[in-house]
Design a binder for this molecule. Sequence first.
Ligand code: AMP
Length: 513
Amino acid sequence: MTTFSELNLAPKVLKAVEDAGYETPTPIQEGAIPPALEGRDVLGIAQTGTGKTASFTLPMITMLARGRARARMPRSLVLCPTRELAAQVAENFDTYAKYVKLTKALLIGGVSFGEQTKLIDRGVDVLIATPGRLLDHFERGKLLLTGVQIMVVDEADRMLDMGFIPDIERIFSFTPFTRQTLFFSATMAPEIERITNTFLSNPARIEVARQATAAENIAQEVVLFKPSRRDRAASEKRKLLRAIIDAEGEKLTNGIIFCNRKTDVDIVAKSLKKYGYDAAPIHGDLDQSQRTRTLDGFRNGELKLLIASDVAARGLDVPSVSHVINYDVPGHAEDYVHRIGRTGRAGRDGKAIMICEPRDEKNLAAVEALIKKDIPRAPNPLTGTVAPDAAPAAAGDDAGDRPRPAKSKSSRPARKKKAAPRPEQQPAPQGEAAASPAPSAEPSAQPAPEPSREPSPEPAREKRPAREAAKDSAKDKPKSQRGRGRRDDRKVVGMGDHMPSFIAKSFSDRSSG
Ligand code: AMP
């Protein structure tokens, strides 16, 4: 077995690694560190949780320990798809470079330009950035990339999903041809392959096993759910979610609940909070300080349930999560692997429960094809049956999602009750409507034919053409809300803005009845 001391890392780096308590290098570290230290390009095919961050930070610190930074000319550059991931990489540098004098700057959206510019002006050894913010600084003439000796692209496949590849190509073109490139991606989509063929030169290719497919310690389940009525789908689904959480009881010490849509992240988080659960959302539209606070709270155990979108949660290092709940079946099968990989880490047992509606069955089949196994169907905790069409709310019950009477938080932080109360025990309606930005009709939580994916957690860059920004904001909406402006804008005299939806319905549209 290889040890860290055999990897040719600087003694000061080794000491920091020892302080971190790592005993042996992970496979990606063992494979990537030696060629990186030789100055070779590296193509690492590895996902988060494999120790890939240290596989590039450790050799970088070793190499950068020699030499000094010049004003406005960073010596190395790490590009990350999200602010959180960039902040996490920065933390890694702090950990491993504690005995080495290195300067670094973190260029991410949501933080003032002034402070960032000051740091760059002084000269930095390591610049860690999201592509949009980096280009903003570059275009303002505040930054030169001609001194970059080492460039890292982290989570390239997520960059691709978020539309950052053109930005990455531009950034590559501003750096010297002689730079060393360390490139990491969990998967090798054709577009990623093209970029690596263009910008990497004879890279050492290190591929580590996909962690989640091999993780036998994650118990997976799917709960089939069919709403009793289409207009109740959203509230019944949230009720099912609460029942799932309750049924797990104390086994659920902390969990991440993934939604496909940003709007659902907010709605689900608000709804859970309303019902007394300890929950908070994280997605790209929240301001940076709130995202940081939420994540810190989740990491240190103060927050129990993190409601997240794929992009926001991507790459986040949260050491032990007992449960992952997929509120939706992800539209991209490999996201399932990423999502459930947040539990069952470091050999601990984990549980992944997914809700599947009839419209998600195709996506479920794609997930099962990818992981090459059938996910066991678990009974719906509300009905006790596996059959999807056992409606969770009895006919005539329109109180499927009403909150229970307010209890003090301390009396119910962990929600130990086994099952949700019966509807007739519940108070008059008010809660969910208030919890949700879109009241009873809940347009944002309406089923969409396909999940629309969160485009980018970075705010739109100032210089982007308005047309593009408009396109993005359209993408933010569920497909069910796109391109329906005319229909939604219709008004009936006397109804104000609150026209009941049945009035807008076409008589010829039988299928939607
Ligand atoms: P990453 O894949 O970079 O997100 O790393 C996942 C987690 O593994 C982080 O919490 C690291 O601190 C931890 N880690 C990285 N390298 C090692 C190692 N050699 N031994 C044990 N833990 C490690």
